[in-house]
Design a protein around this ligand. Structure first.
Ligand code: OOG
Ligand code: NI
Length: 464
């Protein structure tokens, strides 16, 4: 019998979700088409160096999804489903305070962790849980009703969970079981045609459209599926010229002449989708909801803790400048801040310890200038004996995530700042998910350290 390994299951899961979402949201297919064109042009222009941030095949197939669930129980179950595909929780994002609109969720991302697994297929899903007992958003009555409504629904059936557990434990599945797992797992995220209880939905919507999307219906669905492009500015222009209105600006780092770092994202609001509503008199009517959208992203180099502090400081400085110069655009101001503070080359980022890299040896430089005693990595880079290769940022940015949620909301919702919010952190999220939520920076550090160790062995010296 043929067996499918985790990565094959993951690649096929991503592909099936993509087919399903494309049928549900046709603008997504346009986005994927334009992204493919942009990537092809980029590869033609840049040749082999275009693959320093991921192989053509990886980037072409690369997607992230976003889903939203309602309770710790659902979060633990979805973690079991993703584990079947070799996707584990990485990073903690608290979006409750990161936006001026009411976004009552805390999140993590399920993704492959090992570099080889990421290279095979990097599918990741940004997964948010409704903070349904946060008193800043929900009154005690609403909290009780939400708990009852979400507690009564069943997003993941026993058959799916049992198959998923087996796939996770064995890291593979026979063909027939794999087919069943994929069918069941994909179906969970399909938009449902179950009637929506209009009154309940509207009550939640008055607090937060996100709360209504999560807790107002008996099912869950993919909120968006995001392709990756190598030139997001080019993509933005091409989409606009096709008449698809993108949000005002690209989130994350500005366009600038130096290296691409972290993550840049932009999105457009999808059209309204037909949904069936049950009114309070029991009658059922057609209606429309507008909760899903299109998003695209470009990924750059992962930053070290020091690099991240610098990044956050630059964002804060841009905010201050924008407050003082309200007629300027954020991206223009951000560009001047970046030009001032961020090293303009990968080499400088590496030497200053601001970003993560793996290292390859330049044999020619090494034979001209053999290394005989303990050396610093910095001196090896400066001497051209090793070349830093960027480690790609595989995670998300809380502020951009909040911006993505927000770009999709027409109402601000309500939040009672007089109350104290429920405490959540990465440890509490680990308990909820039922597995350790990994720290992204630790993962990049481990990858870089392994590369330095290999380098030291090859050179036969200590590298510090
Ligand atoms: C998730 C929003 C965050 C991203 O790319 O930052 C996100 C959501 O809308 O459910 O997907
Ligand atoms: Ni997204």
């Amino acid at each position: 019998m043929k067996y499918l390994e985790s990565w094959e299951l993951r690649a096929e899961f991503a592909r099936r979700l993509s087919v399903m979402y494309g049928a549900e949201v046709p603008a997504y297919n346009t986005l994927v088409g334009v992204s493919t064109e942009v990537n092809r042009d980029f590869f033609e222009r840049h040749g082999a160096s275009a693959e320093r941030f991921g192989s053509i095949s990886r980037v072409t197939a690369e997607r992230h999804g976003a889903i939203r669930v309602g309770s710790p129980r659902e979060m633990a179950q979805v973690a079991r489903v993703f584990a079947a595909f070799g996707m584990y929780p990485v990073g903690f994002y608290d979006l409750r305070d990161a936006s001026s609109s009411a976004v009552p969720v805390v999140s993590t991302a399920f993704r492959p962790v090992d570099p080889e697994e990421l290279a095979r297929n990097p599918f990741r899903v940004f997964t948010s849980m409704l903070a349904a007992e946060d008193p800043r958003f929900f009154t005690p009555t609403l909290q009780e009703e939400l708990a009852a409504f979400i507690g009564a629904r069943k997003l993941f059936g026993e058959e799916l969970l049992t198959l998923a557990d087996r796939a996770a434990a064995e890291k593979s599945l026979g063909e027939a079981d794999a087919e069943r797992l994929l069918t069941l797992a994909t179906a969970v995220f399909e938009l449902s045609d179950e009637p929506v209880d209009l009154e309940w939905y509207r009550r939640l919507e008055a607090v937060s459209a996100v709360a209504a999307d999560i807790g107002g219906v008996t099912t869950t669905h993919i909120n968006h599926l995001t392709p990756r492009v190598l030139d997001i500015d080019g993509l933005y222009e091409r989409m606009q010229s096709r008449g698809i209105t993108m949000i005002d600006e690209i989130q994350g780092p500005p366009r600038w002449p130096g290296p691409d770092v972290l993550l840049r994202q932009t999105s457009f609001r999808a059209l309204g989708e037909n949904r069936v509503f049950r009114h309070s008199d029991g009658t059922v009517h057609d209606g429309e909801l507008r909760v899903r959208f299109g998003e695209v992203e470009a990924r750059g180099i992962a930053l070290t803790a020091a690099g991240r502090v610098l990044y956050d400081d630059m964002v804060a400085e841009t905010d201050r400048l924008l407050a003082d110069h309200p007629h300027e655009t954020r991206v223009d101001l951000a560009r001047t801040v970046w030009e001032r503070h961020l090293p303009h080359t990968e080499q400088d980022l590496a030497e200053q310890g601001l970003a993560f890299f793996t290292f390859t040896i330049n044999e020619e430089a090494l034979s001209a200038d053999p290394v005989v005693c303990a050396v610093t990595l910095q001196s090896l880079i400066a001497a051209g004996i090793v070349t830093p290769e960027p480690i790609v940022y595989e995670d998300f940015l809380p502020r951009s995530a909040a911006g993505i949620f927000q770009s999709n909301l027409t109402e601000k919702g309500s939040k009672d700042e007089g109350q104290t919010g429920t405490d959540y952190d990465i440890d509490r999220m680990s308990l909820i998910v039922g597995a350790t939520v990994l720290d992204p920076t630790d993962l990049y550090q481990r990858q870089q350290d392994a590369s330095v160790t290999a380098l030291a062995q090859r050179l036969g010296v200590d590298v510090t």
